[in-house]
Write a protein that binds this ligand. Sequence first.
Ligand code: ZN
Length: 295
Amino acid sequence: MTRNSGKPDKVLWSELLPWEFKRRLADCPLVYLPLGICEPHGQIAAFGLDTIKAEWLCENAAREAGGIVAPAMGYHVHESGYHARWLEDTVGECNPHMTGMPPHVFLHFFLYQLRAFANAGFKGIVVVSGHSGGNQFDLRRVAERFSIYASIPVFVASDPELVTGRYEGDHAGKYEISQLLYVRPDLVDFAKSDLHRFADAGGPLAIGDDAHQADPLLGRDIMEACLRKLIQEAESLKGRIGNDAATIPITYEEIEALWQELWQVRQDWITARPRDGQLPVSTRSQWKSYERLEV
Ligand SMILES: [Zn+2]
């Protein structure tokens, strides 16, 4: 059953009974992982925008292409590397009220999430990150290493990557606020725009310049285009599922060995340092200590 034809199928792992899980797994051994974060999207939109759109995409893709949606992850890499100067510019010294994690903690955990999916019986993994801007390259680095080791195809994309060439992603601008207006209009309130003038309210909180042009119909077109591409990728992943996927549980020791390899090249992670040519973070900014990963 699809989202437009009455009661939708249950696709959330957390809601399935064992027999339902086993049946969906046998029908289609794909798992979807929605990734997001709580971070400011101006005074007008909810903190969880990135997580909410990733969940929407994964749930609707699972209904159409089959598979099961893993519990969403609402913590993500933010402060570190190139994010630091961006946060200084867009949030400044206000409290962003966000669920940021350091890259080494997040990526290590991500590797264990992939292990959990393999051990639960999945043969293909789809990861959708609603938080983008570069993090997804580090996720792919981890996913590729795991994929080779476990012989399980893993697809990782941020939502703007699903519609490259058609729409350009942004942060809390016309693109993202339109997405939320379509998926959860109750979580956008333009009447609160004026609050950005008050520092004690948090200031502009990373609002995009063209957020006022957001439109639910544009949001629908963006989200449906993202969904079509995601379904296409899920179908293609199904075609790449082989018989050599690991069938015995992957141990902690095996994951730690993979992690050591990734850890050795941590200075290459995109979230570990500023972008080339990016302005340095001001000495007194709250974001200064996150500019370079020093672990
Ligand atoms: Zn966002």
